[in-house]
Design a protein around this ligand. Structure first.
Ligand SMILES: *Cc1c(COP(=O)(O)O)cnc(C)c1O
Length: 461
């Protein structure tokens, strides 16, 4: 007979290690004060477990490292580009593949070519760089995620789905000539890493066809999305995640992609599409600012690492471990009674700071306060996704708060072991137990866009 074991082990063993540094609470207090209470300003050596982001922070495989040695650094026509292009085409089916140094470069080029002042770009939820690129072009970045996706406590298998009626309404009302493209983010990072169903992608495709508006995927976490479709959507249980991913891409006219997520690489991205004219314009834009179309601001060895990463990321053992390990952390935090966004997403666990810290007004950034406390207490770096990141300044002074106040614990790929994760849940539980003693913050200095990266804070009196 064969046993069914519950533990989902890391499907790799460790060949090279990187020490992390233990610090005292007093040292961390000093470090965070010197950083003006902005966790982005900390030195990484002062962080024990870094859950700031899953972007570019993953561990590469031995196959990726050997790909790096094979990198062809020719300026034009590099073998590494040819391999990269082949893998991306095999996965996405798009005719044109334009390498970029990050996802946001792909967004900038796409928006630079098609977004005009007064336009509207609908998305389930714009990621912050996508929003910034759309708004930089003078357009409105409109979030049309379904109602369930707006409430942290509501459970739905595909909380990242687009509200199709609203999408239809927006296109009718504003006119298709004012909609340069519709985008869907898979998984929906800004909405909690929640997946989008194939059925919903198909409906978005139909609406876009009816109005002849191009449909792009923000595909940064396409593999995690494919895995959720396999687990949760009828008809996909027996389909391989790579085939699910191919089907997702087949519904779109193009995609922007950051290789720092499901590319399993430390840098890179691409912009891909079917339309020839637009691709030619985007390539010219690329040459102006990123580099020749066979490297796009990347080294040949980066293209190799991405090509291998894009092959490894749809492995079933990897995806099972990936999604399960995030869920494992969520289960521990949830069973300790800490309010979270549910169900857990593909790359991160989100703590609902508005529910945990009702005594801190949104104008004093409860999620920021919690993030600082997790660092001081346990050396864990997380990120605020609330009014610091998304609060809007009002014309008459003051701010409109963000709809949610979340702290995101993003899990780097293939980096931390189960004991690291157990430690994280212990720290979260300890901090939550003292929630009442946490206090708010006030902003002392801020930048006009993407302020969360550089804002300076002080504890509110
Ligand atoms: C990370 C991310 C981006 C931007 O990619 P970068 O490589 O960081 O520029 C865009 N959209 C989503 C959903 C992301 O998670």
């Amino acid at each position: 007979m064969s046993f069914e074991f519950k533990t989902i082990i890391e499907p790799f063993r460790i060949k090279s290690v990187e020490p992390v540094r233990l610090t005292t609470e007093e040292e961390r207090r000093q470090a965070v004060s010197a950083a003006h209470y902005n966790l982005f300003a900390l030195h990484s050596r002062d962080v024990l477990i870094d859950l700031l982001t899953d972007s570019g922070t993953g561990a590469m495989s031995s196959a990726q490292w050997s790909g790096i040695m094979r990198g062809d650094e020719s300026y034009a026509g590099s073998e590494s580009f040819i391999r990269f292009e082949e893998v991306v085409k095999e996965l996405t089916g798009f005719r044109h593949v334009i390498p970029t140094h990050q996802g946001r470069a792909a967004e900038r080029i796409l928006c630079g070519e098609v977004v005009r002042s007064g336009d509207t770009v609908p998305n389930n939820n714009h990621f912050d760089t996508t929003r910034a690129n759309v708004e930089h072009g003078g357009a409105e970045a409109l979030d049309l995620v379904i109602e369930e996706g707006r409430s942290p406590e509501v459970v739905h298998p595909f909380k990242g789905n687009m509200d199709i009626e609203k999408l239809e309404g927006v296109i009718r009302e504003r006119g298709r000539e004012r909609i340069p493209f519709v985008m869907t983010t898979v998984t929906n990072n800004a909405g909690g890493g929640q997946p989008v169903s194939m059925a919903n992608l198909r409906l978005v495709r139909e609406v876009c066809d009816r109005h002849q508006v191009p449909f792009f995927l923000d595909a940064c976490r396409f593999a995690e999305n494919a895995w959720f479709i396999k687990l949760r959507e009828e008809g996909y249980a027996e389909v391989h995640p790579r085939d699910i991913a191919r089907e997702m891409f087949s519904l779109a006219d193009g995609a922007t992609f950051s290789a720092k997520k499901d590319g399993l690489s430390n840098i890179g991205g691409f912009l891909a599409m079917n339309e020839d004219d637009l691709a030619a314009r985007c390539r010219n834009n690329l040459i102006l600012t990123e580099g020749f179309p066979t490297y796009g601001g990347l080294a040949g060895y980066d293209l190799e690492a991405i090509a291998v990463g894009l092959t490894e990321v749809t492995d079933e053992d990897y995806l099972r471990y990936r999604v399960r390990s995030v869920e494992y952390l969520w289960e521990k935090i949830d069973s300790a009674g800490v309010p979270t966004l549910r169900p857990p997403g593909g790359h991160a666990v989100y703590i609902d700071a508005k529910a945990l810290l009702p005594h801190i007004a949104q104008s004093q950034y409860p999620a920021h306060s919690l993030a600082v406390a997790l660092y001081v207490t346990g050396g864990i770096r997380s990120v605020e996704i609330g009014s610091v990141m998304f609060g809007k300044e009002l014309p008459g002074g003051g701010e409109e708060p963000a709809p949610m106040e979340l702290v995101r614990l993003a899990i780097p790929r293939r980096v931390y072991t189960q004991s690291h994760i157990d430690y994280v849940s212990e720290v979260v539980t300890a901090v939550a137990g003292q929630a009442r003693s946490l206090t708010g913050y006030r902003i002392t200095e801020q930048a006009p866009t993407l302020r969360h990266f550089t804002t300076k804070f002080e504890p509110a009196a």
